[in-house]
Structures are given as C-alpha cells and as structure tokens.
Design a protein around this ligand. Structure first.
Ligand code: NAD
Length: 302
C-alpha cells in the first residue's frame, strides 16, 4: 500500500491498472467515486468501498481531483470534452490528472482548453505495470504547472513510489514515450537472446538466472523472461496497448524529425504478433514471432 492520503477522488477507467490504483487510493484513506463504461468494473470497485458513479461528471462531483486511466487518446478526449465530461462538469478542486499513456500533442490541447475554463490538468503516465499498480510502487512522470502538480502529488503518493515532475503539460507523456521505446526494444532483445539460447541447447531457466545476475539484467527480463520460456501468454500489458504506445512514439518522432530505426523494427514485429491474433496477449507473446522465425511451431494464441 502507498502513503496515507485524504480527500475525494473521482476515478474514471477501472481496467487492469485503474482498478488497482483506485483500490490503493481507498486503502490510503481517500473517498473514491468510480466510473467505467463497464458496469461490472464499477460493481467490483464498489465492493471494495468505492462509491458507484453513473458518468464521468458524476464521478467528479464534489471531488478534489478527477483521475483518468483510460486506453488511448480518444477515450480521454471523450471523458474531457464529451457531454457528461469533465470540461463541462469539473471536479470541485478544478484539478484533473490523466494517468493514461496518450498523445503529448492531445494533452497540450486539452490542458489549454481546460486552463481557459480555470481547470488544471496534469499528465501523469505511469510505469511499473500491473504489479506496480497493485503494490502502489508505480513510477509516475508528471507534466503540468508546479502548483497543480503539488496539489496532485499526495494522491500520486498513494499509488506510486517514484514521483517526478518533469515539465510543462505533455512532458509527462514525452518521458513515458521514451520509457516505452526502451521497453519495446528491450523485450525484443530478450526474445532474441532466448531464441539463440534455445537453438544453442542452453538451459533457458539457467540462462535467465545468469543474465539477471549480470549487466544484461532488466525489469523486462525479470518480469517477462520466465513467461516467454514457459510459453505463458496471459495478459498484463497487452500487445495492443504496446502497439498504441509505439504508434505514439513514432508520431512524436516523425513530428520532430528524429529517426528511430530500432523502434521501427520492433513495431513491425509487434504488428506481426497482432496479425497472428495475439493483440490481447501480454507483451511476452512477442516471443512467438521468434518461434515462427525459427520454425518452432508456436502454440495457438490464447
Ligand atoms: P484497460 O483496457 O485494462 O483499462 C481501461 C479501462 O477504461 C477499461 O476498464 C475500459 O472499460 C475503460 N474505458 C474505456 N473507455 C472508457 C470511457 N470512455 N469512459 C470510461 N471508461 C472507459 O487498460 P490498462 O491496462 O488499465 O491501461 C490503461 C492505460 O495505462 C493505457 O493508456 C495503458 O497504455 C497505460 N498503461 C498500462 C500498463 C499495463 O501494464 N497494463 C502499464 C503502464 C501504463
């Protein structure tokens, strides 16, 4: 559990990450009013002590802060600009923290629209995956005005342990995209090492252990390496969501004329994985691309 916190939070988006983050806010001492387009997600959180909301506006009602944790840019835009959205129905504290991974350009646009209505927006994407969300150990990288960040910080501390203010609105997303670029290429590197180790007849469990003790160690090798070796593809961070992030990385890079050849290559491999029906599998399913390239008859996706 994260640090103690108090206050009222409107929480919108109760999926893999949002459900755990909202639960940590409740456990920290906050009153959480929760909304999702899936009724069962609201019911699940209500069973943990949240108040059930009927719309984003209803979730934000009386809140010190509204927090969104949604799949992609269009869903965040809908929750901000939609009929029952937060621009027309701001939280009482006039503070919104979007913790999804979305377009930095869209963040700047939304932050400006909200600012014109006297509402502060902080973009605060996270790293650490479902485990970090569950254990309240997320790394949170926030963009926004200094005062808005200071007001949001106690709520972030209930969900994470590494909390940084990295600049103006959109800067949090820019840092997160750098993070995702490293994650994607690192996952690919692990796939390649395991494919080569397998072909060399090396014991793969031992390979992973040895690598974790040296300079090739990484969070991804630790958390996803074993699943690759075991052929376990269950979702955590889905292939589809990583593809969305790699698309955002490439959009940002193209708009700034920064060539990213490594990202381009790994994006093609993620597309190959999705074309083979693995979009809803976890990122470790990228290894199936290497199964196919080495004619190792991968198991059917699922
Ligand atoms: P998810 O798909 O599991 O959850 C998203 C939730 O939003 C779902 O419950 C969905 O029903 C709800 N939703 C969709 N549209 C909505 C709307 N208009 N109004 C209200 N609710 C709506 O996704 P997730 O894995 O929790 O990820 C959320 C965000 O966090 C994404 O941007 C993702 O890239 C990012 N992220 C995910 C991970 C991870 O490991 N899963 C890690 C870091 C960051």
């Amino acid at each position: 559990m994260g640090r103690k916190a108090e206050g009222r939070v409107g929480f919108i988006g109760l999926g893999t990450m949002g459900r755990e983050m909202a639960r940590n806010l409740i456990e920290a001492g906050c009153t959480v009013r929760a909304y999702d387009v899936r009724r069962e997600a609201i019911d699940e959180l209500a069973a943990l002590g949240a108040e059930a909301a009927s719309s984003p506006a209803d979730a934000a009602r009386d809140a010190d802060i509204a927090i969104t944790m949604l799949p992609d840019t269009p869903q965040v835009e809908e929750v901000i600009h939609g009929e029952a959205g937060l621009l027309a129905n701001p939280p009482r504290g006039r503070l919104i923290a979007d913790m999804s991974t979305i377009s930095p350009v869209a963040v700047r646009r939304m932050a400006a629209d909200l600012k014109a209505a006297g509402i502060d927006m902080v973009d605060a994407p996270v790293s650490g995956g479902p485990i970090g969300a569950k254990n309240a150990t997320l790394s949170i990288m926030a963009g926004g005005e200094v005062d808005a960040f200071a007001r949001a910080r106690p709520f972030f501390e209930a969900m994470g342990t590494t909390i940084n203010h990295v600049g103006v609105p959109g800067a949090g997303q820019a840092v997160k995209l750098c993070n995702q670029l490293i994650c994607g290429i690192n996952i690919q590197a692990i796939c390649e090492a395991i494919a080569l180790g397998r072909a060399s007849g090396v014991d793969l469990n031992q390979l992973r252990e040895v690598l974790l003790g040296g300079s090739a160690a990484s969070w991804m090798l630790d958390k996803l390496g074993q699943s690759m070796i075991d052929g376990e593809t269950g979702a955590g961070f889905r292939i589809d969501l990583m593809l969305k992030d790699l698309r955002l990385v490439q959009e940002q890079a193209l708009s700034l004329a920064v060539p990213l050849p490594g990202t381009a290559l790994v994006t093609s491999q993620y597309l190959e994985a999705r074309a083979h029906g693995e979009g809803t599998n976890g990122n470790q399913a990228l290894f199936r691309v290497y199964d196919r390239m080495t004619n190792q008859s991968p198991q059917p996706a699922g």
